[in-house]
Structures are given as structure tokens and as C-alpha cells.
Design a protein around this ligand. Sequence first.
Ligand code: UDP
Length: 460
Amino acid sequence: MDAAVHVLVFPWPRQGHINPMLQFATALVDTGIQVTFLHTEHNLRRFAQAHPPGLRLLSIPDGLPDDHPRGFLAFMESMCTAGSAAYRALLLALLSAADAPVTCVVADGTMPFAIEIPEEFGIPALSFVTHSACSYLAFLSMPKLVELGETPFTADDLVCSVPGMEGFLRRRDLPRGLYCTEQGDGDPLVLKFAEAVGRTSKACALIFNTAASMERPALAHLASGTSDVFAIGPLHARSSSAASPSLWREDDGCMAWLDGHEDRSVVYVSLGSLAVITHEQFTEFLSGLAATGYAFLWVLRPGMVKTTSPALLGEAVGAAEGGKGRVVEWAPQRDVLRHRAVGCFLTHAGWNSTLECAVEGMPMVCWPFFVDQQTNSRFVGAVWKTGLDMKDVCERGVVERTVREVMASNEIRAAAQAMAQQLRLDVAEAGSSSSELERLVRFVRELSVRSSLKPRINGN
Ligand code: UDP
């Protein structure tokens, strides 16, 4: 263990942020660096599985009672007040520890306070971006987009204020909040994210869980700014057992169910850990899926369909005409995507899900829900051509047609498999992402040595 280097890794406390940052923390531990991983108390209590060995775990309160639903804005508010105060106190204690004080922080790019507080104390802080580089660039461009009236809306006109994407990015592909009006710039969620991205982009380095082969133009543009940029992903592909402890209990029974199906005969359906849909949208998806005639495995988290209990949803899926569906509350997704029986993934195009598909060469049908997903899905459909993008439409006819087309398309499958092959090279020794990870580890060591030479916070 390298005693001079101690990195504190602090993810935004949501599943899709914890997974890649935990994989990153594990990669640091593998190089001999001491790492402390910071959870919220609420999340640490919920984790069913153990964490990878060698990581020290700590937690802070998020300021909300255990039974609080933790909706987006209330959660953000509480993390920025109670969470931030607890983080400040913990960081002070960790910086002045007699034994191995923290020398560097890597914090989620969604939380400006998590980067600004260590900088106040003279400790270097790097921003870890769990979204795609292309959507990050779109968020950074938000002030310009608002100025020109190019705001998120269900329209096909091209936008010209996101560098390098002028030829294909439409208003409907811009990051979106929970509602989409023609004055989409007023959506508080998008504005908050854009503000956070603007602030954290000033960190001394930006770390992306992406590969240059997927997002070269966006990364090149970001690298022309003042921060150093590292593209080190997809991190989960570094090892087949890469860490991703779940906040929900995985239903492994679906693997045996998949074993009983022909190759590429099943549609896997999941909208990630945050999306909430209406009962009407659920019904459109169900009717469309049933009409394809394919078997499908559908992740329906408790509370994911507004006003409907999980039992009623399960019954509806079982009773669907021609339906051959199986419902789980949470699946071992990476194993599912690797299973020979799965032929395509109907997904919300969250960045982790997109990367997990890309690594397995799995064709995608995208129905983006919010934030970065609108931009990711445009890249899937129009740039990488590894799937089709339903965008803002989930009528049953469109679901049926799009799933059928993706299941049958040799072109889409070939593009997905070519991308998977390239990504395997990127994460292998001497590949571009591996080399970037090595460069990042050197960078973190240098910063840490410099910071450990400074006087400690307690004046020793
Ligand atoms: N996931 C899982 N089982 C499920 C659904 C999702 O393990 O049933 C994992 C998935 O593999 C991914 C993460 O949860 O790593 C979701 O992250 P993503 O960025 O795709 O979406 P978000 O949840 O942030 O919207």
C-alpha cells in the first residue's frame, strides 16, 4: 500500500453513479493506492452484497428520514445542505488524521460542493463524470442553447450550439428534465444539472467512463478547455466480476428462465433505477411487446409505475394476449446482457446500460426518459447505429415495429459487435482506455505527493 497517497472517492448517491465510481475505486486499489469510498448512511444500510476487498467504507447522513421517497429535487436540496455539512466535517477529520490523511478527492461531477470544499482546504479534487461525454458537452452548452432558444422540445429542428454535433443533434435529443415544454430551459432539473456541470467542469481534471473510440470528437472538444481530460472506460469491462453492489435484491431466478429459451429469442426490458412511468405508458409497452411474439424479461421496480402495485403489473403481464413475459424487480443486468438467449435490450439509454450493451455487442431499442438519455439515444441511433431510438414515443405500434426491426437487423447487430470488439481492445493492456487509466494514476500520485507536502489542516 502506498502510504503517501490516499484518495477519497465520493459518488452521487444513486445506483447509476455508485457503480462506475466503485469500479474506478477498485481500479485504484489494484494499483496499491489507499482508497476510502464514501456512501450515504441510507445507502450503506441497503447494500445487500459485500464491497470489493481493500476498500475502506465510510458514510455521511443525507439529511432525510429513512422512509423519505428521495425525489430528485428534494434529494438534491438535502445533499447540498445537510449532506454537504456532514461531508465538510468528515473531510476535515480525514485531512487532519495522524495516520494516512486524505491527499486527493475524486468526487461526482454532479456535486459541486464535493469538489469545491476540498479545494477550499487546499486538497486537489478531480471530477468524475458518470454520463457520456456527448451529453456532458450538451449540458455545458446549455447557457448558449438557452440564449439562442434551442431548448429541449419534441421537435426535429437541428441545434447548432453543441460543438461537433451540428449535423445531427435535434431539439428532441437535448438533455431533458421531468417535463418538456417549448420553454424547456425552465425545467428546474435541467437547469440544476447544467449549473452543476458548469461548476464541476472547472476541476483540475475530468474523468469520463467512456472510450475515445466511442466519443472522440466530444472528448477532443472538452480537452481543449483548461481541465485535463481522461477517458478510462468502460470500467466494468476491465473485469467480468467488476463491482456493482445493488440497492435492490437481484432476482437470479431469471437466469434459469433465460436458459430455457432459444438463442437471441428474448427481449430484455429495463428503464434503469430512476425512471417512473404512467400506467398508460406501461400498457403501451406491454401491448407492443406482446404483439412482437417474442418472450421478454421486464424489470419493474416497486413504485416504478405510478399508482399501480407490483402484483397488478405482474398479473397484467401474465394475462397479456400472446405475451410470454417474465417480470423481475431487479435483474443481474450484466449477466442478462451476456446471456445467449437475449436478442436485444429495450432500454432508457442510461449511460451505464448503454456501456453494458456496447461491451456485450447487444443491439438496443431506446426509449430515453430524462437528463443525458435523450442525447445518448441519438448517438445509438444516428452515430454508432447500434440500435434504434424511439425517443419520445412509446405507442404500442411503434414499440412492436421497433423491437421487430432491431431483433431482425443484421446491420445493427454487426455494428454493435464491431463496437464491442473495439471496446475490448480499448480496455486491454496498452489499449487507449487502459493507457489513460495509467496516466490518471500517475496524475493522482503526483497531485497527492504535492498535497502531502503542504502543511496539514491542523497546522502540524
Ligand atoms: N441495473 C441492474 N439491474 C436492473 C436494472 C439496472 O443491475 O434490473 C443496473 C445496470 O446494470 C446499470 C445501473 O443499474 O449499471 C443503471 O444505470 P444507468 O446509468 O443505466 O441508469 P440509471 O439507473 O442511472 O437511470
